[in-house]
Design a protein around this ligand. Sequence first.
Ligand code: GLP
Length: 249
Amino acid sequence: MEVIIRPDADAAAETALEFVRRLYEKKADPVLGLATGKTPLKLYARLRASGLDFSGTHFFNLDELVGLPDGDPKSFRRFLRDNLLDGLGIQEDRVRLLRGDAPDLEREASDYESAIKEAGGIDLQILGLGRNGHIGFNEPGSSLGSRTRPKTLDRETLADYGPGTPRFSITMGIGTILEARLLLMIATGEGKAEAVRRIAEGPLTSETPGSALQLHPRAHLVVDEAAASRLARADYWRWVWDNKWRVGQ
Ligand code: GLP
């Protein structure tokens, strides 16, 4: 895993955008995996303004809350439509977002895995990080080999979302996420500092699902100074960034 420490959340988003741009330089019709949450919003705003041609892009997303119909303001599909996809010039038949209101969630999960395979696999998966170290809705204890499936949310996660949030989700598994060719995790703010320390410097363990990034050959963790504040080896990562070749080189 490469940790990239940027001065603030805007600089982190700029660096994340640079990864996406590099991908489009190599491939006009990539497969992107999207994440919901506050963290990627600055990247999404930049993608909308980037001038990149998204008409050939296949889109998937990480996770969704169970039971919410299309258009529900709490649904992740609504969030991704409002904050990224609408106005991006996409082709609808290339967008496959998880349906938390599917009548058979196990079936939805296996159909989703098949759709990812049919699209040729995910080229770049954007990831956020839960305060408890989760990725997608793979809560602590999730198998590091897990596939897309329904999951019960952790109480801490539910508290972060506030009252009225469904207790269940459907999420790509950790094994599914690890098959993406490039992982791009963004974590910003002091509230993520402990989770960042655990995934970057702690042991590989299902108790910290994000530590699975340690297994991936091309995993990048872009953080701001606040989220990097508990890293023992922050100076090393700054040194690497200042001295190595740049993204994609
Ligand atoms: C949520 C989602 C994740 C998201 C993470 C961080 O629970 N399941 O997909 O990346 O937590 O969210 P935020 O960026 O709002 O802190």
